[in-house]
Design a protein around this ligand. Structure first.
Ligand code: UDP
Length: 246
């Protein structure tokens, strides 16, 4: 079933689906039944800002089949635009839902991204946490355009049901959009730094901070190098207010 146009929200030219985890999982289940690779992206304030200057990123995000509103910035922007989203839907949490679904249905996954060794460690932990899941393959995310064809070949050889692409923005979004017709999988989803968390390399914010919409603060405290990246949030909200009604 095609989504209703009212189920979308446009934030600075980036289209987001107004979905919660349940609806997102339903859509992905439909994708798993249909032919061809479907792309899932999770734009946050940082990606929306970067897309204003990066047309490839903007086109890649807007050509996705499902675009989840990730991050508290996007939720605040939706309120400012009078089309409030109830909650943020993080790539990490949706990935958890999909891993559970994959284990229940004996589906196969491929983990692409992170420094060498990270995807393998994440795979070990995933197999422990989600018995029954089939890990069709893993590959690190440090290759340039000349290495892309080889990586697509490795993924296609493994032919997973779900491909998780954890190379950060804009690399993961552009990789998925560019290769969507070549990729032999049902769903490809961009999941940012999720493999770092699943490998045990990076910790997620405590649940109370996640619930309070303060995950960004935790990441800022634990990874101060993110300050420059995060400083776009006030600018993002300013832009949303400024463009309102235009
Ligand atoms: N990464 C990668 N290839 C690259 C650049 C980055 O695989 O060329 C990985 C990096 O190792 C990290 C992830 O992409 O695991 C990006 O994490 P970040 O925390 O920046 O993503 P976010 O969750 O904020 O989107």
């Amino acid at each position: 079933m095609q989504p209703d146009i009212n189920d979308e929200i446009d934030i600075m030219g980036i289209l987001l689906d107004r979905v919660d985890y349940y609806k997102a999982s339903q859509r992905i289940m439909e994708f798993l039944e249909s032919p061809g690779a479907k792309i899932v992206v999770t734009p946050n304030a940082e990606i929306i800002m970067a897309a204003q200057k990066n047309k490839k990123l903007k086109d890649a995000v807007n050509s996705a089949d499902l675009s989840l509103p990730d991050g508290i910035g996007v939720v605040l922007a939706s309120r400012l635009l009078g089309r409030p989203l109830e909650q943020r839907t993080t790539g990490f949490d949706l990935m958890m839902e999909l891993l559970k679904m994959a284990a229940d249905r004996k589906l196969s996954i491929f983990l692409l991204g992170g420094k060498p060794g990270v995807a393998e460690d994440a795979a070990k932990n995933i197999k422990k946490k989600f018995p029954g899941i089939r890990v069709a393959g893993t590959h690190h995310g440090y290759f340039d355009e000349s290495g892309e064809e080889k990586v697509v070949g490795i993924i296609n050889e493994a032919s997973p049901d779900i491909l998780f692409v954890a190379m950060g923005a804009p690399k993961q979004e552009i990789f998925m959009a560019k290769n969507r017709d070549k990729l032999r999988c049902r769903v490809a989803m961009g999941v940012g730094g999720s493999l770092d968390v699943l490998s045990g390399k990076v910790r997620r914010a405590p649940v109370f901070m996640q619930r309070a919409g303060l995950e960004w603060l935790y990441r800022l405290i634990t990874q101060p190098s993110r300050f420059r990246r995060m400083s776009v949030l006030p600018l993002f909200l300013f832009n949303v207010i400024f463009r309102r009604g235009k």
